[in-house]
Design a protein around this ligand. Structure first.
Ligand code: GEK
Length: 255
């Protein structure tokens, strides 16, 4: 089966299906990288809309001779979406992931792709790299894997990295302060996974594995952090159950 951007041939995710499936915390290892496009499409409602829309958003905000960052790029779905929509002269994509198995496969997909924009791959922690001036930064379901204590510093750095009026797209699984809303949207997410063919055993094993690895926060917390980091316009542009995407715009230069 193909992914929404049509770039990946996808093996079916059965990581938590077999009797021998591990009870260890979730890791982005070779087994996950192999099935990743199928896994994320069947686990994250809205993913197949969000990825091509990041291409659309990037096309509007990309500026000539700047970097476009895809942070926590996995197999490069966002990089490929940006590569096929951005026309800004001299723009270049920098795709970063700290999982070697992801970067290796990402390299393969980028090589197969015929887009014109250069794509540089970095196997590194997004907290440690030196950022070049950028007009677009995508954190598509990546910030949620950082310890909450590290999130403020990263977003402050990213706001400083962005050129005036540059855009950050932040997609996250979120939690709701209202218990009834939280439980309704969480239950509907489980229904979504059932409808995608995951068994009760797979759903509960994956849930346990992600506990303490993926830490969702509320929309209000994300909004406050983005504003405190210096972003000026913070807009929720997509929500599908408990998965959202926010567009945050860096301030224009002052005269
Ligand atoms: C997509 N954006 O397809 N530094 C670098 N990479 C990291 C770090 C870190 N500190 N922590 C996690 N990652 C992609 C999907 S997946 C989301 C992103 C998911 C990487 C991790 O290795 C993985 O590849 C990615 O962030 C998160 O649009 O699996 O739910």
């Amino acid at each position: 089966m193909n992914d929404p951007t049509g770039h990946f041939d996808t093996e079916t995710d059965a990581v938590y299906a077999g009797a021998s499936a591990s009870d260890d915390p979730f890791r982005f290892d070779e087994a996950v990288a192999r099935v990743f496009p199928d896994m994320i499409r069947r686990s994250v409602p809205g993913y197949t809309t969000i990825v091509p829309m990041i291409g659309v958003i990037a096309a509007r905000f990309a500026r000539p001779d700047t970097a476009l960052y895809d942070l926590g790029c996995s197999l490069g779905a966002v990089s490929l979406a940006m590569r096929h929509s951005v026309k800004a002269h001299g723009a270049r994509i920098v795709a970063v992931d700290n999982a070697a198995s992801m970067i290796e496969r990402c390299r393969h997909y980028i090589a197969l792709d015929d887009g014109q924009l250069p794509v540089a791959l970095q196997c590194a922690d997004i907290r440690d790299i030196d950022y070049q001036p950028a007009s677009v930064v995508a954190l598509n379901f990546t910030l949620q894997f950082l310890p909450p204590g590290d999130r403020d510093t990263l977003l402050e750095r990213l706001c400083r990295t962005l050129t005036p009026g540059g855009a950050l797209v932040l997609s996250e699984k979120v939690a709701f302060p209202d218990a009834a809303e939280q439980s309704l949207l969480e239950e509907l997410h489980l229904d979504f996974k059932r409808a995608q063919g995951y068994s009760e055993m797979e759903i509960s094993r994956k849930r346990n594995a992600l506990e303490e690895v993926l830490i969702p926060e509320s929309i209000a917390t994300h909004r406050q952090r983005l504003e405190a980091a210096g972003f000026e316009q913070v807009t929720l542009w997509h929500q599908s159950l408990n998965f959202v995407s926010i567009l945050a715009i860096a301030p224009e230069a002052t005269a």
